[in-house]
Design a binder for this molecule. Structure first.
Ligand SMILES: Nc1ncnc2c1ncn2[C@@H]1O[C@H](COP(=O)(O)OP(=O)(O)OP(=O)(O)O)[C@@H](O)[C@H]1O
Ligand SMILES: [Mg+2]
Length: 318
């Protein structure tokens, strides 16, 4: 059953929070407006800041099915929209041939055209029975009249021809299958598009969407995220973890830790029965936070010790 759309920005914040997603007001505003105005939501931001999660949480809280299109280089219509099931079509043709061969004159000519006319066969094999529905078609058709949430994840990984095609789909919420006709969404899906900005997405797509840059959370919000997503951690440990990660993000590293890494680190520390941070533990567990050896080498040792001393001093004075 579809739940009603949230009636205000506050209601959107509450809706997301009901699935433990802690959204800042500007993000909740973007979500609210995208839902109200029936426009796709375009989320750009660093890795691990909760872009993909928004689509999952919306599907769960609005009672919609989540249809996910994971983008990659070379993604084409056959994998994104629909494809004919060639092997089943071939089987159907063989079947028609064998139906026909019983009444054939034995010459082999005209096989398969006696049991069923050539036109009938062509019509049969290009019917819905032989259609493989990929995510975009599934999202347009919906499920028992309910429009799903369509997540088009990491759009920056596809190439421009696919983007141009997507633009058409997002303009009309319909696709045309030459052999079948045009399929139009009765109710447009809730569309969430994400990008890690490895390249710029065309303005024409962005113009059709409600755009929001998802930033790293501030300390208070990140602490609230930990409270909800890593509830096993002691309050002191969570505060130290957040203060440490926030400091790391001001360093010039190759890849800064996202919220996903903060949660992972926190859970790892709980698994090690830690109640607070110490230099040895930080050094030993940096792999949960940093994913490049150069970054780890920069932070491990004296830098980690310095950051940790700052964190302890900050929390002691708070
Ligand atoms: N605001 C938030 N509230 C609650 N959890 C969050 C929030 N932001 C991120 N998370 C958590 O961080 C994890 C990573 O989020 P997500 O996978 O959505 O990141 P992403 O931005 O899509 O990253 P990537 O670009 O690497 O795909 C999620 O599992 C989610 O639990
Ligand atoms: Mg993602």
């Amino acid at each position: 059953m579809n739940s009603p759309l949230p009636a205000s920005i506050e209601a959107t914040i509450d809706l997301l929070a009901s699935a433990d997603y802690v959204a800042e007001r500007s993000l909740a505003t973007a979500v609210y407006l995208a839902l109200r105005m029936g426009r796709p939501l375009f989320l750009e931001g660093e890795a691990g800041v909760g872009k993909t999660e928004i689509a999952k949480v919306l599907a769960a809280t609005l009672g919609r099915k989540l249809v996910r299109l994971q983008c990659y280089e070379g993604l084409d219509i056959a994998n994104a929209v629909y494809e004919w099931n060639y092997s089943r079509q071939m089987m159907e043709i063989r079947l028609a041939e064998s139906e026909g061969s019983g009444t054939s004159d034995g010459s082999g000519r005209g096989k398969g055209t006696r049991g069923r006319s050539r036109e009938r066969l062509a019509k049969d094999i290009f019917s819905e029975k032989f259609l493989i529905r990929r995510p975009i078609l599934q999202a347009l058709e919906g499920e028992k009249g309910a429009a799903p949430v369509l997540l088009i994840d990491e759009l920056d990984r596809t190439d421009e021809p696919f983007e141009a095609y997507l633009l058409e789909v997002l303009s009309d919420f319909q696709v045309t299958i030459p052999e079948l006709g045009t399929i139009h969404a009765e109710e447009p899906p809730v569309v969430v598009i994400t990008s890690n900005r490895t390249r710029e997405i065309h303005d024409a797509i962005k113009r059709r969407c409600y755009y929001h840059w998802v930033d790293y959370p501030d300390a208070a919000r990140e602490l609230e995220i930990l409270r909800r997503r890593a509830p096993g951690a002691a309050a002191r440990l969570s505060r130290e973890v957040v203060a440490f990660v926030q400091r790391l993000r001001s360093m010039d590293l190759f890849k800064l830790p996202g919220v996903a890494e903060t949660i992972d680190w926190s859970r790892a520390l709980v698994a090690l029965d830690k109640l607070s941070l110490d230099p040895q533990t930080v050094n030993d567990t940096l792999g949960a936070l940093l994913k490049y050896q150069d970054d780890i080498a920069r932070v491990r040792g004296s830098e980690a010790e310095r950051l940790l001393a700052e964190v302890k001093a900050e929390l002691a004075s708070a």
